[in-house]
Design a protein around this ligand. Sequence first.
Ligand SMILES: CC(C)(COP(=O)(O)OP(=O)(O)OC[C@H]1O[C@@H](n2cnc3c(N)ncnc32)[C@H](O)[C@@H]1OP(=O)(O)O)[C@@H](O)C(=O)NCCC(=O)NCCS
Ligand SMILES: CC(=O)OP(=O)(O)O
Length: 332
Amino acid sequence: MDVLKNFKEKAAADLKRIVYAEGYDERIVQAAAQATTEKVAAVTILGKEAEIKATAKETGVDLTGVEIIEPENSAYITEFTDKFYELRKHKGISKADAEKAIKDPLYFGTMMIYTDKADGMVAGAANATGNVLRPAFQIVKTKPGISTVSSAMIMVLKDKSFGQDGIMVFSDCAVNPAPNSEQLAEIAATTADTASTLVNIDPQVAMLSFSTKGSARHDNVDNVVRAVKLAQENNPDLKVDGEMQADAALVAAVAQKKAPGSKVAGQANVLIFPDLQSGNIGYKLVQRLAGAEAVGPILQGLAAPINDLSRGCSVEDVVNLTAITAVQAQNK
Ligand SMILES: CC(C)(COP(=O)(O)OP(=O)(O)OC[C@H]1O[C@@H](n2cnc3c(N)ncnc32)[C@H](O)[C@@H]1OP(=O)(O)O)[C@@H](O)C(=O)NCCC(=O)NCCS
Ligand SMILES: CC(=O)OP(=O)(O)O
């Protein structure tokens, strides 16, 4: 299964408008040209028009068909400022604070989505994750029924014996530093949904720990044990089990010894990490040491698709995440 080709084909079938907030980054300008040529999305770049055009010239890319908006000089400033002020005035912000925030391309781009001027946003090539997340949390907020936004990484492994034909989904690798049991249980269910709707995986969810079925005792283990119970109770049809170590989740022979009788152990294709330290470190190790392609982080649970890039991203990574964001917008 060529996952990324699938996303691009789906995106091209019903073109969505995706905003790039970081027009000052060369990779973003190149990606805008590529995504437009490949018909992955209709792209709007935010930033200084003269600078963006100069970057395009220097890097030899053609921006025909790409929309460029300068937030500071945009006709939308008053509308966006008023809307943002209404959304955040209970937090004590002034109109001047609202206008200052809205001139930041990350807030401006998020407000374009909120006001239906765009379908999704991709940012984070030049910004830390927190900067991309804050406007999303403050403006578009969560989908009905979801309280915690989290993230999924689609891992395309070289060894096709793992996951579903080498495809696995990891979470949470980007958002919640220390999820409690309720949040972990919700992250498990949301990630299973992402796995089935975005990559057509029949989810088998392992909730990871340094303990398998009571082999170790610690408060951190108890947090995962409670999360497993909640995830099972709240989603009776979901194949979810734990707490288990990564080897028990992935290797049938180990699963037989450590978690006999588990319907998930040994064949997990969705891995839920107990916290952000393990999740972020875990995906980067698999990416760098096992040569896996790591697509994401894809934000899940937001009311509209906004996705964060790693600052180490390539132009191809930006185009791939654009395709995924566009497909999320189609599924919205
Ligand atoms: C996500 C993050 C930016 C939240 O920032 P914060 O300033 O600590 O969060 P706050 O507690 O002040 O919350 C800000 C708002 O976001 C909301 N929020 C925070 N986390 C949320 C979540 N997971 N889902 C939904 N809303 C969330 C809060 O409810 C709050 O809303 P409000 O202002 O309307 O009351 C922070 O948790 C973070 O930095 N996470 C790690 C990101 C990271 O560095 N990842 C590693 C690299 S990918
Ligand atoms: C997802 C992630 O780790 O992002 P960054 O590398 O930008 O911190």
